[in-house]
Design a protein around this ligand. Structure first.
Ligand code: PEP
Length: 256
């Protein structure tokens, strides 16, 4: 089963809309023609940049998919400061990250909220990138798989097998995010394989063979080829390194 790798750049709360345009233009300039034939790349700027990046991608016909970092699960209403998935869909957003550990830990998002977001993103024709991952304490207590599998089961409640097949799951060990520490490719592969077998249990083999599983946590140009060569790793969710077009271009060209 061949799954097109997806490399996603999560800019977090960095780069204003002027900087965003320059960064996307530079990234496009750095990637040789043909180098993205077998890989998909999504860019997830802050909300205030999205319209500018959309306009650039569409007017210049750049080969990048537009992504968002987060959304609310309701379409509209009294949710001051929140962003509707319906509005993101109107901007031709293709991928929406949900359940990022920073949202879970800093903003108190529960598994139930992540599940509601997965359903809302799908309802609007976009693809969730649903994140999961363990803390260092959980890893040291040998609870990595139970934590991650629990997040997967809760996040996919009420999602059809066909929808599960279409989505992206990002395995991001929390201790590896923004720390410069990366899971070994063997450890990352073990957890991603456990995620895939859980998906098979929940939604069947077809969905498990089709769902894409990213690894995230201090991915760089230097470690991406080995991570990406693992059979159950189908891409990378990249934070810090995606802000640097040279480094992000190297990650995208993990195949050489
Ligand atoms: C992330 O933001 O999801 C992430 C993995 O960050 P970093 O690549 O900086 O570790």
């Amino acid at each position: 089963m061949s799954r097109t790798p997806l490399i996603s750049g999560n800019w977090k709360m960095n780069l204003n809309h002027f900087e965003a345009i320059q960064t996307v233009q530079k990234l496009h300039y750095l990637i040789p023609k043909g180098a993205m034939d077998d890989v998909e790349v999504s860019i997830h700027p802050p909300f205030t940049d999205i319209r500018s990046v959309q306009t650039l991608i569409e007017s210049e016909e750049l080969d990048f998919a537009l992504g968002a970092q987060h959304c609310h699960f309701e379409d509209s209403g009294a949710f001051t400061g929140e962003v509707s998935p319906a509005f993101l869909a109107k901007l031709n957003t293709k991928y929406v990250i949900c359940g990022h550990s920073e949202r879970r830990e800093v903003f108190g998002e529960s598994d139930e909220m992540v599940n509601a977001k997965v359903l809302a993103i799908l309802k609007h024709g976009m693809t969730p990138i649903m994140c999961c991952g363990e803390t260092l304490a959980e890893r040291e207590a040998d609870e990595t798989e139970s934590k991650v599998v629990g997040q997967i089961v809760a996040g996919l409640a009420g999602v059809s097998n066909e929808q599960i097949a279409s989505l992206v799951i990002a395995y991001e060990p929390i201790w590896a995010i923004g720390t410069g520490k990366t899971a070994t490719s063997e450890d990352a592969q073990t957890v991603c394989a456990a995620i895939r077998s859980k998906v098979a249990e929940i939604a069947g083999d077809d969905a498990a063979n089709t769902v894409r599983i990213q690894y995230g946590g201090s991915v760089k140009g230097g470690n991406s080829p080995e991570l990406m060569s693992q059979p159950d790793i189908d891409g990378a969710l990249v934070g810090g390194a995606s802000l640097d077009p040279d480094e992000f271009a190297r990650i995208i060209q993990f195949n050489g």
